[in-house]
Design a protein around this ligand. Structure first.
Ligand code: SAH
Length: 234
């Protein structure tokens, strides 16, 4: 099965020219980027690590990881997003960064166990079969390696904040950006991770304060959250 929803990928491709515009719908990704970077850095350390960023889009996280000294491959199925990522990489002069148009499943078949760290951020809620992506991420990590996910929780509060609030009231995101049915509870994502032979190491919430218009790390995983996993061995 091809684990991709072409409409979802087209949606990101159509907006790709906005990717590095911090006042666009990609602003939330720019805002959460230092938070997730800091969390990954504190748990796994990134300097000198081989990292694959799955569903990298325009390269917001991939570029920061490379700038922090990692050797990074960013993969996505949106050719347009990857063009923007490559252009921005040239502009910022970051080294040790490579982008490829390939699925996580295909790269996992090609280079199993090749990465110290796998990151897959804000992407699982856009694919038809997230468990397949989780398995591919697990396969990409070396024994003892780290796998980081982030996505949106599924409950009445996340419906209100992430869909009604973000898409309709605050208009942080275009209407239709997210499909509530594809949100994943931390318990569901943890189950997928364990089924892929990963051990769940930690969860971390990210919260948005509409008054200060800032995101922050919080223990509350009820809307946006991160999950850190480890692959046994190593
Ligand atoms: N991870 C980036 C971008 C998140 S936006 C960040 O957090 O900054 C979601 C990205 O997932 C888009 O770039 C979209 O093209 C990509 N995507 C959606 N389905 C995909 C799939 N099946 N395989 C790879 N990338 C996919």
């Amino acid at each position: 099965m091809n684990n991709v929803d072409p409409q979802e990928v087209a949606k990101f491709g159509d907006q790709a020219h906005h990717w590095w515009d911090k006042d666009s719908q990609f602003r939330p990704l720019h805002e959460i980027n230092p938070l997730r970077m800091g969390w990954i850095e504190s748990l796994a350390g990134v300097r000198g690590q081989r990292i694959v960023d799955v569903g990298c889009g325009g390269g917001i996280l991939a570029e920061s990881l490379a700038a922090a000294g990692a050797i990074v491959t960013g993969i996505d199925l949106s050719a347009k997003a990857l063009s923007v990522a490559r252009l921005h990489m040239l502009e910022s002069g970051v080294e040790n960064l490579d982008y490829r148009e390939i699925s996580a499943e295909a790269l996992a078949a090609e280079q199993p166990g090749a990465f110290d760290i796998v990151s897959c951020m804000e992407m699982l809620e856009h694919v038809p079969d997230p468990a397949s992506t989780v398995r591919a991420c697990a396969a990409l990590a070396r024994p003892g390696g780290w796998v980081f996910f982030s996505t949106l929780n599924r409950n009445p509060k996340s419906f209100l904040l992430a869909i009604v609030g973000a898409e309709y009231l605050l208009k942080l995101l275009p209407a239709g950006t997210h499909d509530f049915a594809r949100f994943l509870r931390p318990s569901e994502l943890a189950r997928m991770a364990r089924a892929a032979d990963l051990s769940v190491f930690a969860t971390q919430g990210m919260g948005y304060n509409p008054l200060t218009q800032r995101y922050r790390l919080t223990p509350d995983t009820s809307v946006n959250y991160l999950l850190a996993c480890r692959k046994p061995g190593g």
